[in-house]
Design a protein around this ligand. Structure first.
Ligand code: SAM
Ligand code: SF4
Length: 336
C-alpha cells in the first residue's frame, strides 16, 4: 500500500516563519448527528449542499498535490466524517498515495460500530474518538442526543477489530465534566488507549469564557493526586503533552491550546469540506480552491494557491478573548 517517504523528497510546504507542514486535516462534511454545544452554534448552521462539497476525486487530487509537496499524515474529520456516505472508499483512494504514512480519523463514534472493520481494512491507521462524559444525562446535555451507548459500542468495536492507536478526545470544561477526569484515566487503565484532555477553545457562539477553561496545570494536579504520571518524550511538532501512568497500560495526554500555545512548531494545514484551505485554525483567512478546480485549474495553479495560503499563515494566533470575538467559521464548519 503506502510507501515510506522517499529520503530525497523535499518538503516545500514552508511558511513565512520557516515552519514545515507535514500534516493535512481534511474535513469531509460539515454535517453532524450530534450537537455538542462547544462546537456547533446554538442557532445551528446552514448545511452545505452536496454540490458545494468537494467530491472524493477532488479531495484526492488536492491531497495528492499536498503529499507530493511534503504531507505525510492526513486526518479525516468534520462535522462527523462518518456522515459522509461511503467514506471507506475515500480512505482506500487516499491509501494509494505514495509518501503518505498515516491516515487518521476523528469521530464521535456514533456510527463506528458498524464501520470500524471496513475503515481499518481501507487503511485508517489511527482513530481519535470523542467522548466527554460517561454519564448518560450529561452526555445528552453536552451533545443534544441520547447516544452514549452507541458511542461505547463504537469504542468497543474499534478495539475488537484491532486498531492499535485509539485516542479518546475529552474536551475538559470547568463546571461541566471536571468531576470525570479521574474516571477517564481509570477507564484506559488496562487498555492500550490514550485519553487526551483538550482545553476548551473559543469559536463563534460556543459559550466559551475563560472561567470555563480547565487548564493543563489544573488537570495535572488533579490527576497527580491519584496517579503517578511519567512524561513521555515526543517530537517537537507534537501538540500533546504525553504521560504514562505507573501501573497502567493506557496513557494520558493534554492538548494545551489555551494555556500553552504550540504555534511556533505548528505543522498543520486544513482543507475544509467546501474546498478552502485554512492555514490556521483560529485565523479567518481562507483560500478557496473549489471553484478554480471546477473551472479547470492545473496542478500548478492549485500548488500556487496552497503556497499563497501558507504565505498568509500568521506567526501565532491572537489571544483567546480576541479569537472568541472573531468572524471565524465555527469548529463544526472547519473540522477540528
Ligand atoms: N465529529 C467528530 C468528533 O467529534 O470527533 C470530528 C469533528 S470534531 C470538530 C473534532 C474534535 O474537535 C473533537 O474531538 C471535538 O471534541 C473537538 N472540539 C470541538 N469543539 C471544540 C472546542 N471548542 N474546544 C476544544 N475541542 C473542541
Ligand atoms: Fe459533531 Fe464532533 Fe462537533 Fe460534536 S464535536 S458537534 S460530534 S462535529
Amino acid at each position: 500500500m503506502k510507501a515510506l517517504v522517499p529520503e530525497t523528497r523535499m518538503n516545500t510546504l514552508v511558511d513565512g516563519f520557516g515552519r514545515k507542514h507535514t500534516y493535512l486535516r481534511i474535513s469531509v462534511t460539515d454535517k453532524c448527528n450530534l450537537r455538542c454545544f462547544y462546537c456547533m452554534p446554538l442557532e445551528g448552521i446552514v448545511w452545505k449542499r452536496r454540490e458545494e462539497l468537494l467530491d472524493f476525486e477532488e479531495i484526492v487530487r488536492v491531497a495528492d498535490i499536498f503529499v507530493r509537496k511534503g504531507i505525510d499524515k492526513i486526518r479525516l474529520t468534520g462535522g462527523e466524517p462518518l456522515m459522509r456516505r461511503d467514506l471507506h472508499l475515500l480512505v482506500e483512494m487516499l491509501s494509494k498515495l505514495e509518501g503518505l504514512n498515516t491516515i487518521a480519523m476523528t469521530t464521535n463514534a456514533t456510527l463506528l460500530a458498524e464501520n470500524a472493520q471496513r475503515l481499518k481494512d481501507a487503511g485508517i491507521t489511527q482513530l481519535n474518538i470523542s467522548i466527554d462524559s460517561f454519564k448518560q444525562d450529561r452526555f445528552q446535555t453536552l451533545t443534544g442526543r441520547d447516544d452514549l451507548q452507541r458511542v461505547m459500542r463504537g469504542i468497543e468495536e474499534a478495539q475488537r477489530v484491532g486498531f492499535s492507536q485509539i485516542k479518546l478526545n475529552v474536551v475538559a470544561i470547568a463546571g461541566v465534566n471536571e468531576d470525570e477526569i479521574i474516571d477517564f484515566v481509570d477507564y484506559v487503565k488496562d487498555t492500550r488507549m490514550n485519553v487526551r484532555f483538550i482545553e476548551f477553545m473559543p469559536f463563534r457562539d460556543n459559550d466559551w469564557n475563560v472561567e470555563r477553561v480547565l487548564t493543563y496545570a489544573e488537570m495535572l494536579k488533579m490527576i497527580g493526586e491519584k496517579f503517578q504520571l511519567v512524561p513521555i518524550e515526543t517530537e517537537p511538532s507534537a501538540v500533546a503533552k504525553d504521560f504514562s501512568i505507573v501501573g497502567h497500560s493506557g496513557t494520558v495526554s493534554f492538548i494545551t491550546s489555551m494555556s500553552e500555545s504550540f504555534c511556533s512548531t505548528c505543522n498543520r494545514i486544513r482543507l475544509t469540506a467546501d474546498g478552502s484551505i485554512k492555514s490556521c485554525l483560529f485565523y479567518p483567512a481562507e483560500v478557496s480552491l473549489r471553484d478554480r478546480i471546477r473551472a479547470g485549474a492545473t496542478d500548478a495553479d492549485i500548488e500556487e494557491m496552497i503556497m499563497y495560503s501558507l504565505g498568509q499563515k500568521p506567526e501565532a494566533h491572537p489571544p483567546a478573548e480576541e479569537i472568541a470575538a472573531e468572524h471565524n467559521r465555527s469548529m463544526i464548519e472547519i473540522g477540528g
